[in-house]
Design a protein around this ligand. Structure first.
Ligand code: ADP
Length: 453
């Protein structure tokens, strides 16, 4: 397989040679007919010109001595009606026969080559008439053609060589950036170093655009790989802690198998850690499904007002431990065709955050509103709030603003809220002022959009 450079040069040279050959062919055939036409025109023109100059005085032909009967290669002669030469001369090797008048004829010469011959009658007042004959050597075009052909051949060879050398230099120069793209791509493929960039810099050509697009793609790939790696790291880390605790508690329980209180305490811890693991694994599963596009809500008609009240009730104890008052701002009879468990998980996550990051003795409010086409669920608190720099990152998986203030979660609560909202064709957003509190809002369309059906 030829390289792209060689192929371009080859095509370009073949094309160039073809065009030049065509031009030369047209030129050579055109010039042949042109020479012939010019020669014939010269002959007839000259004969007529001389005929005009011949006069008759007292019944005799009078020819001025100044008249030249050889000009521009045309030989001319005047003959009387009886065939006697009166003036001028026609070379001896031109055979003179009874040719038709007023017509240029090609006749082969006695020696070599051929002649164009032309004659006209000179008519005078008296009966006697004379004729003027002209002859010119026909150009031997075959010599011209063979010279032209050999010149053309060498011309084409020179053009082919020069154009392929020139073409190669131009193509090599313009494809140099592309080679860099190929080299970098190859290095990445072999070494799997995604931090490499082609870095062609500014430029408006296609290859610069391609390199810039390639760099952008690498940047995104690198970010995606990094995210993936971080995700696996975080997930393993989060799972390792409860597993270690469970294993330690199992050992402890076995060592105190006869002590009912200690065994029960250990089982309690194991249960709590297993519960944490279970929540973590379900969250990871939801994330995996949403990435695969297989997280589909199982929709039924859900009375959100009722569901909200139940969720608030289940959170009361936890809120109470922190002296947080729970408020309900729930419109009655708000119905939504949605996944009951997913909606419940969303509200639990948001309320649980409002308590975890709420102020001791503060408040948290769950509000559910029917906006006609949408249902708005929001959870507000007067807790620690979120700094500007973190506000967009809190939706990232495993992101925790201050891991030392761990709520027992793993930084997956909010990403899950967003994933669940989006699986219903809705969205999740936050407004927060640091030190003052936060409002998390989930918007859910009432009619499921076609893309979520
Ligand atoms: P987790 O609560 O398990 O840490 P989340 O994904 O639920 O993870 O929340 C991510 C981060 O967002 C939390 O670590 C916390 O810093 C911040 N956050 C979430 N909810 C609130 C809230 N109501 N008030 C202040 N910060 C919050």
């Amino acid at each position: 397989m030829l390289s792209i450079k060689k192929r371009i040069v080859l095509w370009y040279t073949v094309w160039m040679v073809a065009i030049i050959s065509l031009i030369l062919a047209v030129l050579s055939s055109g010039s042949g007919t042109l020479v012939e036409r010019r020669t014939k025109a010269l002959l007839t023109g000259m004969v007529h010109e001389r005929a005009e100059e011949i006069e008759v005085s007292q019944g005799r032909i009078s020819i001025d001595e100044d008249i030249s009967f050889f000009e521009d290669g045309v030989y001319m002669a005047v003959y009387s009606s009886s065939g006697n030469l009166i003036a001028g001369r026609i070379p001896r090797d031109v055979p003179l026969g009874d040719y038709p008048e007023n017509q240029v004829l090609v006749v082969p010469g006695d020696d070599d080559g051929s002649w164009y011959v032309y004659w006209i009658q000179l008519s005078f007042a008296s009966d006697s008439s004379a004729r003027i004959i002209g002859a010119i050597r026909a150009q031997d075009m075959s010599i011209f053609f063979s010279a032209f052909a050999s010149l053309s051949f060498w011309l084409i060879v020179v053009i082919a060589v020069l154009s392929s050398i020139g073409g190669y230099i131009i193509v090599r120069r313009s494809l140099r950036p592309a080679e860099r793209v190929v080299r970098t791509a190859g290095e990445i493929a072999v070494g799997s170093d995604l931090s490499k960039r082609i870095g062609l810099g500014e430029g408006s050509g296609e290859i610069h655009q391609m390199a810039a697009a390639f760099d952008k793609m690498l940047f995104r790939l690198e970010a995606a790989f990094e995210r993936e790696r971080q995700f696996t790291d975080d997930a393993s880390h989060e799972l390792r802690t409860p597993i270690s605790v469970i294993l330690a508690e199992c050992g402890y329980a076995r060592a105190h198998i006869d002590d009912e209180e200690k065994t029960s305490e250990a089982i309690g811890t194991i249960e709590a850690q297993a519960g944490r693991m279970s929540r973590l694994v379900s969250a990871l599963l939801s994330i995996a499904r949403s990435e695969k596009g297989t997280l589909t809500p199982v929709r039924t008609d859900v009375d959100l007002s009722e569901l909200g009240a139940i969720v608030l009730e289940t959170m009361e104890d936890r809120a109470g431990e922190k002296g947080i008052s729970l408020y309900a701002d729930i419109e009655p009879d708000v119905h939504l065709y949605c996944d009951h468990d997913m909606l419940m998980a969303m509200m639990v996550n948001l309320l649980s955050n409002a308590i975890s990051y709420g102020r001791e003795g503060g408040m948290a409010r769950l509000s559910i509103k029917d906006h006609g086409t949408d249902v708005m669920i929001s959870v507000s608190d007067d807790g620690i709030g979120i700094a500007e720099k973190d506000i967009n990152r809190i939706w990232d998986r495993f992101y925790q603003v201050d891991p030392s203030r761990r709520s027992g979660g793993a930084g997956l609560g909010l990403p899950i809220v967003r994933i669940l909202a989006e699986s219903h064709g809705g969205s999740a957003a936050v407004e927060s002022v640091i030190g003052k509190g936060s409002v998390f809002t989930v918007q859910l369309p009432k009619e499921p959009s076609p893309s979520t059906k």
